[in-house]
Design a protein around this ligand. Structure first.
Ligand code: ADP
Length: 753
């Protein structure tokens, strides 16, 4: 196959063909014009020469005839004979042999101007007066050497020459009509004209044939151009291009679409092999090797995929198919073929290859056995679980292996049970559960694929089955329990009835108790208040008596009694104050004034009160107080807490003992630890403490006295500060009371207060 000429070349040819056509047409026209002009000038020339020649002949004939007549007449005279008359015979005898050719007319004219005789005799001139014909310019002695042109009245024109007969009267005239004179010339003209017309016709036919051929060629070129354009478009649309590699010259013709595929501007249609190979990928540059094999006849077709660099720098995948074709000569072979842009296909191939790998990987990694068969029952793919499940040799798992071969080499599982699953029958397949010989359970789902093959997935459901069994067992147990429960429900209903009644009673009792407690608290608060007035009087008066402010008491016993009255009054006042505080707390009537205060300074204040007592009891006090340890609290309440705790510690620590007070910052606030080496509290009594009026009874505490409210008040006050009070103690070793204060926001404390 020969490729069509590249467009520019064809255009060149088209252009040269047109020019040639025009040139040939022009040359033909010039030739014809030249021919016409030369013919015309030649005709004019020949007409002139013909006329000149004829006139010369006529002049010679008339001169000769006149001379003959003169000679005849002169011989007559010389012989003494009577001169012959001037007549037609004399005229005819005097004329030369071919004098009458070309329709010449000779006339003898006498002295009177009358035409005596004419030759030929039948001429119209005979008997005519010659001046009537020729006008007055003619006289009998006119001797016209040259022919003269006369135009007659009837429009004819003729050449005339006259000779006088010398001594003899008369003249000889020769007359030749212009049309007669030119008759021979006209014949020549007609012959030439015919020749010219024939030449013209031949030339016209040749030009017509040439134009017809040229039109045909142009039409063929136009058709070729359209075909080429369509071919280019078709190549363009289908992303392929044509190439023609002249192996001898090393030039490669590229179709327009090839340039577009590579994003190159069309730069002529031919590229050198160097230009092409410069764009080839380094791994694909061994094309020449294939071409050599083609030339050696080792291969018949060039079919290769390779990469070329696009103008934007990316690599384009191309597939070239070509075959050897003879060139202009046997030793200039061409490699002609088509190139397809397969970049998109390559990309798709890669994507589908990746997708296939991913799919294979996914199928391989699922926990189920998977197998896929095609429409002709040949293996498409299976995973290793399927292979293990059927103990298949690797050779049987090659795609394309027929189903029969796979099943022959497979160890089918020993099925102990076959359970069709509920709704397992499906128009496109089935689902079933099988129990294998080794006790495992499998659920097998088989489905028809769209293309007519089928896919089978086997899932190990042993765990599910075991779970199912367990569920069945527990369902049975549950049913039994339900029955038992139903029985018990009846009695429970009765019990709940009773309980409801009891709860109702309890609620009523609780409300009553709460109201009684509230009344008690209110009563105690009022009563304590009422009691303090007379007690203050008793204490005051006993002090007066002790001081003997109004004179001596007299007896020592009075002094002792007044002392007892004061101590008992003081003790009673302390108890009443405690009761009053507790009642206030319980009745929720205590008012707190929160300020930021230093724990160390509060303890120091309390120590002023407790210190003398400790010294009296010979109890050593150790203080460990940091400088800055502030909390938000009610100062009076805080003092009361520490007075209670420290007086207990001092009170229940025998002589020589020690009380250590440590104040420290804790993670969320501050901590005060009061540790004594006192008598301690039995473990089972600790939890009772903090409840009002609870005292731990022993020989030592009996002697110490107390209301049993101190710890309860302290705990309640610490609780009101959103803190906590913890007691730990060992009998005979000592007691440690830890008070934790949290950095609670003021609002929280106020809310709880
Ligand atoms: P009282 O005013 O009777 O001391 P408290 O509530 O302060 O009431 O104390 C209750 C009881 O707890 C006391 O009677 C005592 O038995 C015991 N107790 C309190 N603090 C200590 C302590 N530091 N060491 C030993 N026992 C203590």
């Amino acid at each position: 196959m020969r490729l069509p000429s590249p467009l520019p070349e064809r255009w060149r040819i088209l252009i040269s063909e047109k020019a040639l056509r025009r040139i040939i047409t022009g040359l033909t026209a010039v030739f014809l014009a030249t021919l016409c002009i030369s013919l015309f000038s030649q005709l004019l020339q020949s007409r002139y020469s013909h006329m000149t020649e004829q006139n010369r002949f006529s002049a010679l004939h008339v001169q000769l005839a006149a001379q003959n007549i003169i000679n005849s007449l002169a011989s007559d005279s010389a012989g003494g004979q009577t001169a012959r008359p001037l007549n037609g015979d004399l005229l005819t005898q005097s004329l030369a042999a071919n004098a009458l050719d070309e329709d010449r007319v000779f006339a003898l004219v006498d002295n009177f101007g009358l035409v005596i005789a004419t030759a030929p005799a039948a001429s119209k001139l005979a008997g005519e007066r010659i001046t009537d014909v020729l006008g007055t310019t003619f006289t009998t002695d006119s001797n016209w050497q040259n022919m003269r042109l006369f135009t007659f009245t009837n429009g004819d024109s003729a050449f005339v020459s006259a000779r006088d007969l010398g001594n003899f009267p008369g003249s000889l005239i020769v007359m030749q009509k212009r049309s007669d004179l030119l008759a021979a010339w006209w014949t020549g003209v007609i012959r030439l004209a015919v020749l010219f017309v024939v030449t013209l016709l031949v030339l016209a036919m040749l030009a017509g044939a040439f134009h017809w051929q040229a039109a045909k060629a142009s039409e063929a070129d136009a058709v070729l151009s359209i075909a080429t354009e369509r071919l280019d478009k078709a190549l363009d649309r289908s992303n392929c291009g044509m190439w023609d590699w002249n192996l001898a010259e090393g030039t490669i013709f590229w179709s327009k679409s090839m340039f577009e595929i590579l994003g190159m501007p069309p730069q002529g249609s031919f590229l050198s092999f160097g230009e092409v190979s410069a764009r080839l990928h380094a791994e694909d540059s061994n094309i020449e090797g294939m071409v050599e094999e083609l030339l050696r006849g080792q291969r018949t077709v060039f079919n290769r995929e390779f990469r070329m660099r696009h103008a934007d720098g990316n690599w384009i995948w191309l597939r070239a198919r070509a075959a050897l074709a003879p060139g202009d000569t046997a030793d200039t072979p061409h490699l002609i073929g088509i190139i397809f842009d397969i970049t998109a296909q390559k990309l798709t191939d890669k994507l589908s290859h990746d997708a296939e790998l991913r799919l294979k990987d996914a199928i391989e990694n699922i926990s189920e056995a998977f197998v896929l068969w095609d429409t002709e029952n040949r293996l498409v793919m299976c995973n290793s679980k399927y292979q293990q499940f059927h103990s298949l040799p690797p050779a049987s798992c090659v795609p394309g292996t027929p189903y029969a071969v796979v099943t022959q080499s497979a160890k089918e599982p020993i099925v102990r049970q076959y359970v069709p699953t509920v709704g397992g029958e499906h128009p496109d397949g089935k689902s079933l559960e099988v129990q294998l010989g080794d006790g495992r359970w499998l659920q097998i789902n088989e489905r028809r694929t769209r293309d007519g093959g089928f896919v089978s997935v086997g899932t190990d459901i042993t765990a599910l089955k075991k779970q199912e069994e367990r569920l069945l067992l527990s369902e049975r147990t549950l049913m039994m329990t339900v029955r038992d429960l139903q029985k018990e429900r009846l009695s429970a209903d009765q019990q709940s009835q009773r309980l409801a009644e009891l709860a109702d009673k309890y609620a009523r009792e609780k409300t009553r108790a709460e109201s009684a407690n509230r009344s008690k608290s209110e009563f105690l608060a009022n009563m304590s208040h009422e009691l303090r007035t007379p007690l203050n009087a008793i204490i005051g008066f006993s002090e007066v008596m002790q001081e003997q402010m109004f004179g001596p008491l007299g007896s020592e016993k009075y002094m002792e009694y007044s002392h007892d009255i004061h101590r008992s009054g003081q003790f009673l006042l302390d108890v009443i104050n405690d009761i009053l505080d507790m009642s206030k707390i319980e009745a929720g009537r205590i008012e707190m004034e929160l300020t930021s205060l230093s724990l160390s300074s509060v303890i120091t204040d309390v120590m002023r009160l407790i210190g003398p007592r400790a010294a009296k009891g010979k109890v050593d006090i150790v203080l460990d107080l940091p400088k800055a340890c502030d909390i938000v609290a009610d100062k009076r309440a805080l003092k009361q807490v520490f007075i209670n705790l420290l007086s207990n510690a001092v009170k229940f620590t025998p002589e020589g003992g020690q009380v250590k007070i440590t104040v420290s910052k804790s993670r969320d606030g501050a901590k005060v630890v009061i540790a004594d080496t006192g008598i301690g509290i039995p473990g089972n009594d600790i939890e009772k403490l903090g409840r009002p009026f609870e005292q731990v009874e022993n020989q030592f505490t009996k002697s110490k006295g107390g209301s049993g409210l101190g710890l309860a008040i302290s705990k309640s006050l610490v609780d009101l500060h959103t803190g906590s009070l913890d007691i730990s103690s060992t009998v005979g070793i000592g007691t440690t009371v830890t008070v934790n204060f949290r950095n609670a926001p003021e609002s929280a404390i106020l809310k709880s207060a």
